[in-house]
Ligand binder design. Structure first.
Ligand code: FES
Length: 359
């Protein structure tokens, strides 16, 4: 009996959240002592829904103590491989602990379609990547796709020790990716005994100025590493258009992006939301928290995952009116120019607003 089957007495009680499919777990593979790779079976009729761009993630929705929990995990699959994510246990992590301790082959899990803006552009032939811990998962997918292209990746990958390094053996088999490990708790030949901090990244660049010739820079991992990478690359004159980063949690250190918050609208706004071709109308004012919260209050279930401005799962398009965001750590300037907003952070800034999840 699968996980969801155990929770719900009758199969018909299992209701998929909007935008999710119930997928059968095909494999659960131990990657390190505290992480697993979960491979899903995609029925043929849903295969089109799970075509992904390397770098994207899926969101898992599970019930823990009767409460729905959603978490996003980067896809780590290569071309022609089954959809897979890797999940590392985090302290007090409800979903990560469930995946590492309870999830079994044959279980059913609600899985969203691939999402996210941390996308490999096939034009990027020479990539420099910085990852730490489970931040390697999107890099692995990009690296595997690079094998079929004319392109190279230089991956600088931080971990505590070699034994805690996810996917090291997979990375070693790749011809177009050269991985260099940074280990904080182990001294080993061919690796660097350091954190991937500003000094280490700076030394790397100074010792190989070719790293400045990359077409794109990808960073994924703890916020501190991303901040070090961003600041160091900026210091060496790398243009921000070439830099892509993916956060797993709402940041504390990268607060300057919050400057994007603009004026607060005072008054009542008539909001229309288009969700799955349905028109939903309600009002919001300056005390309303976010478009998503208002939709939930109205009994609707729009897409979301982090609710912290990080994942972009709640992205929708403003068709009419003005909307401000409290935080934004995932939409690019171009996305915003094109009218996209994160509805978990969105508040109306005009008397009439129309937002569409379908656009
Ligand atoms: S739900 Fe993650 S950015 Fe809104």
């Amino acid at each position: 009996m699968g996980f969801l089957d155990k929770i719900f007495k009758k199969k018909e009680d299992v209701k998929s959240p909007k935008g999710f499919n119930s997928l059968r777990v095909k494999e659960v593979v131990k990657v390190t002592a505290d992480s697993v790779k979960v491979v899903f079976d995609i029925p043929a009729e849903w295969s089109n829904q799970y075509v992904f761009i390397p770098g994207q993630y899926v969101t898992l929705s599970i019930l823990v103590d009767g409460k729905e929990e959603r978490r996003s995990y980067s896809i780590c699959s290569g071309p022609h491989e089954s959809l897979a994510v890797a999940i590392k246990t985090v302290p007090n992590g409800k979903v990560s602990t469930w995946a590492n301790q309870k999830l079994n082959v044959g279980d059913l899990v609600f899985v969203s379609k691939p999402e996210g803006n941390f996308n490999w552009n096939t034009k990027d032939a020479f990539i420099v990547a910085f990852a730490a811990g489970s931040g390697v998962t999107p890099m692995l997918s990009i690296a595997k796709h690079l094998e079929n292209h004319i392109g190279d990746m230089r991956l600088f990958y931080g971990n505590k020790s070699e034994s805690s390094t996810m996917f090291l053996s997979d990375l070693k088999t790749l011809k177009n990716t050269k991985t260099h490990l940074f280990l904080t708790q182990e001294i080993k030949e061919g690796t660097t005994n350091s954190r991937l901090n500003k000094e280490a990244i700076s030394e790397l660049i100074k010792s190989d100025l070719n790293l400045l010739k990359a077409d794109a820079y990808y960073l994924c991992g703890p916020e501190e590493m991303i901040k070090s990478g961003l600041e160091t690359l900026k210091l060496f004159g790398v243009s921000k258009e070439k830099i892509h980063y993916e956060l797993f949690t709402t940041p504390i250190l990268l607060v300057e992006k919050q400057d994007e918050v603009t004026e607060v609208f005072k008054g009542t706004s008539q909001v229309t939301v288009i969700l799955d071709q349905e028109k939903i109308e309600f009002t919001m004012d300056e005390n309303s928290n976010s478009v998503i919260d208002s939709l939930n209050r109205e009994g609707y279930d729009p897409p979301y995952s982090c609710r912290g401005g990080v994942c972009s799962a709640c992205q929708a398009k403003v068709i009419e009116g003005k909307v401000t965001m409290k935080m934004n750590y995932s939409l690019t300037e171009q996305d915003i120019e094109n009218g996209y907003v994160l509805t978990c952070q969105a508040q109306p800034a005009s008397e009439k607003v129309i937002i569409s999840y379908d656009a």
